[in-house]
Write a protein that binds this ligand. Structure first.
Ligand code: GLN
Length: 255
């Protein structure tokens, strides 16, 4: 074979490879991956669908939509809530979407997006408990909470309370059900969802919201560019009505 022929063939094979790579879809090729850490024990924000085993929820839909807007493929990683900020700091994940309340102490370690959800804490007790009517009645009581959360912080401020910390919200509710705790302090939308899904057979919410909170998407301190993009994508979703659609899908019409 002549040298000329050989080079033509090499060139042809090279172009074929390029062409095939181009057909590979934009999943592997070109699309940047956004690694998202979350703790999927926090329905309806993030949880595992029993049948499909996929992670689903308001936060999951939100971050997927934001990712699409920003040109990223979103990859969800399952972690404990109290491991999320360390993972961000270590650069193991790019962002967290985990019903995470924006608070000063956390904002020293991570960058938060604009608030994307208004939330707050609430007390839950057993249906037959008529002595605990609000947070004021929790002095000296046994309180189950999720480790590393604002609910845990609130419980620790109650005089003489015995605070028991669990890895996730469902475990804290189980403790209440089993009689190992007198109350649970957790985020109201999560408690309300738990009750609606059948938890109301043995538990109820009491009193007013302890404190209003706002959720934000957390990113590494250095990810200023990503934060700018994230905020812009959030603004777009709110302006286009996509955010409201998502909200209604998981929480019903806004009152
Ligand atoms: N909003 C609460 C917090 O940020 C709880 C979040 C969670 O448990 N996923 O501490």
């Amino acid at each position: 074979m002549s040298k000329k022929w050989l080079s033509v063939m090499v060139l042809a094979m090279f172009m074929l490879t390029l062409g095939l790579a181009g057909c590979g879809g934009d999943k592997q090729q070109g699309k940047k991956v956004l690694k998202i850490g979350t703790d999927p024990g926090f329905a309806p924000f993030e949880f595992q669908d029993e049948k499909s085993k996929e992670y689903v929820g308001f936060d999951i839909d939100l971050i997927k939509a934001l990712g699409t807007k920003m040109g990223y493929e979103v990859q969800i990683q399952n972690m404990n809530f109290d491991g999320l900020i360390p993972a961000l700091e270590a650069g193991n994940i790019d962002a967290t979407v985990a019903g995470m309340t924006i608070k000063e102490e956390r904002a020293k370690k991570v960058l938060f997006s604009k608030p994307y959800y208004q939330s707050g804490l609430i007390v839950a007790v057993k249906n037959d408990n008529n002595t605990i009517k609000s947070v004021k009645d929790l002095e000296g009581k046994r309180i189950a909470v999720q480790i590393g959360t604002t609910g845990a912080d609130a419980a620790k401020k109650i005089p003489n309370a015995v605070v028991r910390e669990f890895n996730n919200a469902p475990e804290a509710f189980m403790e209440l059900k089993a009689g190992g705790a007198d109350a649970v302090i957790n985020d109201k939308p999560v408690t309300a969802y738990y009750l609606k899904q059948g938890g109301d057979k043995d538990a109820k919410m009491v009193g007013d919201v302890l404190q209003a909170e706002e959720y934000g998407i957390a990113m590494n301190k250095k990810s200023t560019e990503l934060k700018t993009k994230m905020d812009k994508a959030l603004d777009e979703m709110k302006a286009s009505g996509e955010y409201d659609k998502l909200y209604e899908k998981w929480f019903g019409k806004k009152q």
